[in-house]
Design a protein around this ligand. Structure first.
Ligand code: UDP
Length: 244
């Protein structure tokens, strides 16, 4: 496999693990995502993953129902740890297992290692898949922001935002049948046109650290491999309109 990137940060939304369910985790989906991750790991790519928790709990929902926002966010962060452990288990139970480490930003040493930046980098150098759980450890943030933060910390060359939409559009494709998908965008264009790529905190971190973002549909089999090979899938956002 002719890979474009040597070290990537893969952001998996919680919803991506849900499949067709309305809540929780679909084991078949987790298995197929694991197989795709295994394929790129075997081709030598260093893979770090940030998992979301929206398939289980979102802080905003708790706050809307009257909970204290910070408390609700901590519950959301703990939800991401469930997803991280699920993904770890799936990767390590493949016929040809992939070794992983879950590192959490909220210490829970009985189930996972604490997040230590240098240790994360060491694991990656040793070709272990690093799964970051518990978001950034701080309420009022998101796992997209965590992806940008950890991506910058580990010197990831790119952030793959693997989700359930196939890129960034000029208008909502569900409402407008003529909506156009962008193949390439600059950071400045995203900001000028107020396009939704990530939340603004996450996006700003990527822009300031010049980390490109590739948004693509995880439901299409083979998309992680295509993204790592630099094929033009989804939408590429970067400092210049580089052809990816
Ligand atoms: N969260 C948080 N701080 C972080 C990351 C996540 O408080 O650094 C909480 C927040 O409540 C969020 C929830 O964890 O709603 C789940 O994460 P997110 O919504 O980003 O997951 P996704 O949408 O990717 O599934």
């Amino acid at each position: 496999m002719n890979v474009k990137y040597k070290r990537i940060l893969l952001k998996l939304s919680g919803e991506a693990l849900m499949g067709d369910r309305s809540f929780g985790i679909d084991p078949a989906i987790v298995q197929s995502i694991s197989l795709e991750i295994a394929e790129i790991v075997r081709s030598g790519v260093e893979v770090a993953i940030v998992v979301g928790g929206g398939n289980i709990f979102r802080g905003m929902q708790g706050a809307a129902a009257g909970m204290d926002r910070a408390t609700a966010d901590y519950i959301g962060m703990i939800a991401t740890v469930m997803n991280a452990l699920t993904l770890q288990d799936a990767l390590e139970h493949l016929d040809d297992p992939i070794q992983t480490r879950v590192l959490t930003a909220i210490a829970m040493q009985e189930v996972a290692e604490p997040y230590i930046r240098r240790r994360a980098i060491r694991h990656l150098e040793n070709k272990l898949v690093v799964i970051f759980g518990a978001g950034s450890g701080n309420p009022f943030f998101t796992t997209d922001t965590t992806a940008a933060l950890r991506g910058a910390e580990i010197n990831a060359e790119v952030i793959f935002k693997a989700t359930r939409v196939d890129g960034i559009y000029d208008s909502d494709p569900k409402l407008n049948p003529d909506a156009k998908r962008y193949q390439h965008l600059t950071y400045d264009r995203v900001l000028a046109d107020d396009l939704r790529v990530m939340d603004i905190t996450a996006f700003t971190l990527c822009k300031e650290n010049n980390i490109p973002i590739v948004v693509f549909d995880l439901c299409v089999p083979g998309n992680i491999r295509r993204a790592v090979m630099g094929e033009s899938i989804g939408t590429y956002v970067g400092g210049s309109c580089e052809v990816n």
